[in-house]
Design a binder for this molecule. Structure first.
Ligand code: FDM
Length: 229
């Protein structure tokens, strides 16, 4: 129903393994939402255009080495440095489609098997209402999405899609672990929540998954889950 100056934009997050189709889906969703009269922008994390983003990019390209905790916090810092612009955009009525967000932060770092102080994620997520893991803590205070769509694809299928680009995390074995951790995140954050028209509030639209391609060539299913922070 478009925005009338009073309604804020929606924060829509797409998550999934590398090569899961986030880019295709976001470029589908963009014109779809624009067609509804909304002002929409595509964002992605990591945002490699900042100084922190450059450090992340160099790490991902194996051009620098960083301690697992350090890179984890850089990914989070990269979201923090965009937070105020994000809020301004949303308040001014622009809907943001964001390719990766805090869920990537938690799933990828916990898949590395960080030491116990950091990797209490399983335990913490299963009772996430009472306890926040060290991995999640840096995310607290960032803007919670209105909708998080996880493109669930078997890691083997993702790997078949045109190959990986050779960045640090683009290896089948590691992607399998990431998928497991996304699953934990999904199963545990789902508990106690119901997704009733998460975007209705923001845009007046009850169902935003419409613009996505539910059975696009490969074989993923789309799971929707609510914010954990
Ligand atoms: N990644 C991304 C993380 O490990 N943590 C994060 O917080 C984010 C946002 O970075 F392998 C990983 C996920 C991926 C890599 O992402 C770069 P893109 O989407 O390929 O640029």
């Amino acid at each position: 129903n478009g925005h009338n100056g009073n309604s804020r934009g929606a924060l829509i997050v797409l998550e999934g393994l590398d090569r899961s189709g986030k880019t295709s889906q976001s470029s589908r969703l963009l014109p779809y939402l624009e067609g509804l009269g909304l002002s929409v922008e595509l964002w992605r994390f990591p945002d490699r255009n900042t100084y922190v983003g450059e450090m992340i990019s160099s790490y991902l390209a194996n051009k620098s080495q960083l301690d697992d905790r350090t890179i984890h916090l850089l990914f989070s810092a990269n979201r923090w440095e965009k937070r105020s612009l994000m809020e301004t955009k949303l308040r001014s009525g622009t809907t943001l489609i964001v390719d990766r967000y805090s869920y990537s932060g938690v799933a990828f770092s916990s898949a590395k098997g960080l030491d116990i102080e950091w990797c209490k994620v399983k335990t913490c997520l299963s009772c996430y209402k009472h306890e926040i893991s060290f991995v999640q803590a840096p995310e607290m205070g960032l803007l919670a999405p209105d909708l998080v769509v996880y493109l669930d694809i078997p890691p083997e299928k993702a790997a078949e899609r045109g190959g990986y680009g050779g960045e640090r995390y683009e290896q089948l074995e590691f992607q399998r672990k990431v998928a497991e951790h996304y699953k934990i995140l999904h199963d545990t954050t789902w508990k106690g929540h119901c997704v009733d028209a998460p975007l209705e509030h923001a845009t007046g639209r009850p169902d935003t998954v419409d613009g996505l391609i539910p059975s696009h060539p490969a074989c993923y299913t789309i799971k929707v889950f609510p914010p954990f922070f």
